[in-house]
Design a protein around this ligand. Sequence first.
Ligand code: NAD
Length: 487
Amino acid sequence: MSKIVVAGVSVDTGHFIGGQRVYSAETFSDHSPIDGAFLGEISRGGAGEVDLAVAAARAAFPGWAKTPRIERARIMHAIADGVEARLEELAQVETHDNGALIRSHRRGVMPRVAHNFRFFADWLLNELHHDPFETRGHTNVVSWDPSGVAVLITPWNAPLMLASWKIAPALASGDTVILKPAEWTPLSASLLCDIAKEAGLPDGVFNVVQGLGNEAGAALVAHPGISRISFTGSVPTAKLVARAAADNLTPCSLELGGKSPLIVMEDADLELAATLAAEQYDNAGQVCLAGTRLLVHEKVREDFVVAFKERVSKIVQGDPRVEGTDIGPQIHEKQFTKILGYIDRAKTAGAQIEIGGSANGDLGGLYIHPTLILHAAPGSEILTDEVFGPVLTLQTFSTDEEAILMANGTEFGLAAVLVSGNRERAERISEQLVAGTTWVNCFFVRDLRAPFGGARKSGVGREGGSWSFDFYSELKNTVFSPNGWRD
Ligand code: NAD
């Protein structure tokens, strides 16, 4: 037994394999980004723990795969009940572990975690079917068969939220699951193991291996005993994952980074545009979907900047455990240094820092002021790389065509935000944007019935609704002849 107490909540530091806690001799340290506080030593899995987890998940697979849909759905709703019952504990632990706002965890994120389980349980029961169809008198019956062991690898910016987008459809599909959370945020997944056990999920159906990416993560994705890999993270890691998967031809779903545009047309409601732009600093800019490239029509640039600065001046940066805080710290010193490096190099290259541009000295630690950069050189890294921090750039355009060209001008294609007062124009422009999701006059409206994912280097595949089931399942077509029957 090995437990730590975080924000008054007892959290197990071991793996969860075959329904049991398993501890490794080796550990890694977990610190809070809020103030650097040491949270605990977490089991550091490697090839041995991965083999155990794959064996446990494979052993549990036949039973779970045969479990009737209604029973799978019942257990998933029980998991959602458990998340709701422990919502405050989950919110506190997640905030201490990744530094995101307690306010968001309480009101938005943890309720969404519960919803994710309910949504995919209900989709399984109510939506997942295909009407049989005829071919020259033969009947085609399409089914979604469980595929085996799904390995899920997740990042730190929204740990339990992103994990549950994957766990829920994988379990609903009848797959058994091994989750490897990011090493900077291992704790909420451990609480979910307790919740799953209490909800009556059979042993081995859901497993967690804690550890580092290049150890536990690499061993999991290279394992020949698994059937699916669903990965959310960065492009460089995704390439390693895809290469490892190629050896076994394991199907991969990759949800990756972005450098999304936020386009402000000259006919836009500028107050709305400024509000949406300021929202791009949410979660200290650690949001894959963030529209970090502000593309503003030259005619409204000045007015937009005034309105935007007004919004940003009201952002409260500070301790994420306080309800009134709007922006907390960066996750880790590595990210903090990386982000400041981007800002410094942009400055050196002649860009103008209009807002922020430095660490927040009043707060110390890992806090960076919301930053706006103007006049960056075309093609420079600040306009093309994902910074993953509270850093926006602003560029101007003069025609719709130019706006579209600039919006599509990176290697990514995760999301786009378009602000325009003209419906016909907004429809015409959004049709031409290369993005998995385009928000028009809004941001972050996310319905699980919609496809979610990225174009180009922002990803491979889509999650949500039936698309998730298509990925985790073996889709099968059975053709029944009209002939040959004896009964
Ligand atoms: P990362 O790629 O460094 O790590 C992601 C996960 O991969 C972690 O769990 C890590 O331990 C694991 N990992 C690392 N090396 C591995 C390897 N060789 N084999 C297997 N697993 C390995 O990403 P990050 O820094 O944790 O997350 C930030 C990135 O995630 C950003 O690029 C962001 O845009 C992206 N992201 C995308 C989405 C989306 O839905 N598209 C959502 C959130 C975050």
